[in-house]
Structures are given as structure tokens and as C-alpha cells.
Design a protein around this ligand. Structure first.
Ligand SMILES: C[S@@+](CC[C@H](N)C(=O)[O-])C[C@H]1O[C@@H](n2cnc3c(N)ncnc32)[C@H](O)[C@@H]1O
Ligand code: SF4
Length: 343
């Protein structure tokens, strides 16, 4: 067996840690871009053992997600046909967790604003006692190391919010204009230095993480203003970037997705659904039965039995966030509130 990600990609977490790919589940390990070179990571036990096991047709334990999918007959990430290589051709980077938003389903490891809220909430925090600090690791010399990989063909930037990475324009400056640039962005930030730099690239792909239209988005992706996102989306389209929407499908937006498809149609852009990974209380599988019955889309995600505790968690955590943010869910998602007693 082979895996293009193991063979041809460098993936880095918000902490600066190297990992096998963006869905791998390896133990936290010592190799970090701040303390080790790319070559040291590629020669590490974790990486070499994973390659060796793959070549023997054995899935490394960190690759359990692909293994499970392939057992179920689903096309796994490993099996998706995309051209990688020769050499290290792809980067998948998070230059830290700096982010201006507090999306309900995200995590302090990915958002410094959620980290502040986590600290403020103390023992009410949905993330319990996790210890996270600010993870802004961007430095020119580290970015140089990544940008100077000679076989590079594509860079994927996510985060945190990539438009908030202070040196990102300098990193981009070092890349050849033939390198494909792909972003996952919350779309709230107009960063002229980054946008100007992007203009010289042959191909820029911007996936706007929009979870609904208007208030639906502003509630789920707290801190955002949908009108500003729409302005930035128009700018990206005018610049000739390939623009798409990447909603994270969950209980909070499942009733409102048609509006999002209509919006995308209006701009002639695609929608790539991203199904919620965690936490479970937002997952469609755990929606209350009446909501499951009324859903027109995503029925296949509601087949499994709901856990009652997750409903309690959803209500409790929604109240905690609403109090902390001084807002009320019923002012944003009134149709959903018919199925849950959030008061
Ligand atoms: C962590 S964000 C970082 C990039 C940028 N800030 C953004 O929002 O696009 C990357 C993607 O993960 C999605 N995401 C956040 N929480 C998620 C979760 N619990 N399950 C699945 N995807 C999630 C976001 O909506 C976004 O599309
Ligand atoms: S904008 Fe992206 S990184 Fe920030 S909180 Fe939302 S999903 Fe997380």
C-alpha cells in the first residue's frame, strides 16, 4: 500500500508539531517545526515506521480513520485520486491558532478567541480543564524552510485564521507563482497585503467557511458579520480566485442549508459540505427525533441512535455560550428552537 500524504506531504498542526496527515491520530510527539527540521521529521521513528508499515500493507495505528473507511468500502482519504509528488510537493500548514472568531464547534487549539473564552468560563468551559496557550509560531526563518522545498507544487493554509498570520505575505513572496495556493478562511478579514501578494499566483483557491446565511452564520461563527463576509467573497471572485463555500454541517444549520445552496447558486460557486467531526452534541446523529423526522437533507447522517445525554449537553453548552456572549439563540435560530428548550 502507498499513501500520497506520507510520501509527498508535510502537515503541521497549530502547535507547530509535524503530523502524518490532517486526519492522522498519532500520539503527541516531539517533532515540531520550531525545534526540528523537515528532514529530521521525515527521518523520525514515527514517520519512517508509518512508511514501513504501509509498504507491508499494514495500517499504522495513526491511520485508523482510513483503515476503518476502507473496511466499510468507503473511499478513504488515502485512496482519493489526486496527483502528489515527486518529492515533497504539498504543504498543509496551520501557522498557529490566532483567530478572531468563536465558532461553537471549534476548539481553543484552533482559535485564540475561544481560548480566551475558555479561560473566562473556568469550570463552566465546555473544554474542561485543557491547558492551551497562544500558539502563534510563525517566524520568517521557519517559513523560509517551508517555502524553499524545491519540489513544492501546492500549499494549503488553514489555522487559526490564515488571513491573520502576520508574516503570511512574506511567506507567499518566497513561493514561485506556479505553486497552487489553497485557503480555508472564515472570510471576515480583508488583508490587503496578502490579497495583493496572491494576485501574482497562477491558481488561488479560497474556500470560505460559511455555515449559513446572515444570522445563522453569525450565531454559529460568533464574532462574524455575514455582510462583511459577502463583501470579501465578491472581492475574491473579482480577483479571479476559485471561490467555494465549506459549511460545517451540524444540528445548528441543518434546517437552513437550502438558503446557503441558493446563495452559492447566485454567485455560481460550489458548496463542499464538511460534516462535523466533534463535539458529538452538535452532530446530526444526536438530533432530537422530531428534528430528524422533519429534515429533508442529510437523512443518512441521522440513522444512528441518538444519545440522550448529548441533547442535555447541547442545551447546557448553548446556555453557557449565550450567557458568556450575551446573546440568545432564539434571536438567531428561531426555527431550530422549536425542537429544543433552550430557555
Ligand atoms: C479550524 S478552521 C481554520 C481555518 C479558518 N479559520 C476557517 O474557519 O476556515 C478549518 C475548517 O474546520 C472547520 N471546523 C471547525 N470546527 C469543526 C468541527 N468540529 N468539525 C469539523 N470541521 C470543523 C471550520 O468550519 C473550517 O471550515
Ligand atoms: S474561524 Fe476557523 S479557526 Fe476560527 S473559530 Fe471558526 S472554525 Fe475555528
Amino acid at each position: 500500500m502507498k499513501c500520497k500524504y506520507l510520501d509527498h506531504q508535510i502537515c503541521i498542526r497549530t502547535t507547530g508539531e509535524f503530523r502524518l496527515c490532517c486526519i492522522s491520530r498519532e500520539e503527541s510527539q516531539q517533532y515540531n517545526i520550531q525545534t526540528h527540521t523537515i528532514e529530521q521529521w521525515l527521518n523520525s521513528d514515527t514517520h519512517r515506521t508509518a512508511l514501513k508499515l504501509m509498504s507491508e500493507d499494514v495500517f499504522p495505528s495513526a491511520c485508523e480513520k482510513c483503515e476503518m473507511e476502507e473496511k466499510l468500502g468507503v473511499v478513504s482519504m488515502r485512496q482519493k485520486t489526486r496527483v502528489y509528488g515527486p518529492g515533497i510537493s504539498h504543504l498543509d500548514i496551520r501557522f498557529g491558532n490566532n483567530c478572531n472568531l468563536q465558532c461553537v464547534m471549534c476548539h481553543p487549539f484552533s482559535s485564540s478567541s475561544l481560548l480566551q473564552e475558555h479561560k473566562k468560563l473556568g469550570d463552566q468551559s465546555p473544554w474542561g480543564t485543557i491547558q492551551v496557550e497562544s500558539l502563534d509560531w510563525y517566524e520568517d526563518n521557519l517559513a523560509d524552510q517551508l517555502a524553499s522545498i524545491p519540489t513544492l507544487k501546492e500549499v494549503y493554509l488553514t489555522g487559526g485564521e490564515p488571513m491573520m498570520v502576520k508574516g503570511l505575505d512574506k511567506f507567499l513572496k518566497k513561493l514561485d507563482s506556479s505553486v497552487a495556493i489553497r485557503f480555508n478562511t472564515n472570510g471576515t478579514i480583508y488583508n490587503k497585503r496578502i490579497l495583493d501578494e496572491l494576485s501574482r499566483f497562477d491558481y488561488v483557491n479560497m474556500c470560505f467557511s460559511v455555515d449559513g446565511i446572515g444570522k445563522v452564520n453569525d450565531y454559529i461563527r460568533y464574532g462574524s458579520n455575514f455582510d462583511e463576509i459577502e463583501q470579501n467573497l465578491k472581492i475574491a471572485i473579482d480577483k479571479g480566485f476559485e471561490v467555494s463555500l465549506g459549511p460545517t454541517v451540524q444540528i445548528f444549520n441543518c434546517l437552513y442549508m437550502q438558503e446557503l445552496y441558493d446563495f452559492a447558486k447566485n454567485y455560481n460557486i460550489k458548496v463542499y459540505e464538511n460534516f462535523l467531526i466533534t463535539p458529538d452534541h452538535y452532530a446530526l446523529q444526536h438530533a432530537v427525533i422530531d428534528l430528524k423526522k422533519d429534515l429533508i437533507m442529510f437523512k443518512e447522517y441521522t440513522n444512528e441512535l441518538a444519545n440522550k445525554q448529548e441533547k442535555e449537553n447541547l442545551i447546557r453548552i448553548t446556555k453557557v455560550f449565550d450567557n458568556s456572549r450575551n446573546i440568545k439563540i432564539k434571536d438567531y435560530l428561531p426555527e431550530l428552537c422549536r425542537y429544543y428548550d433552550f430557555d
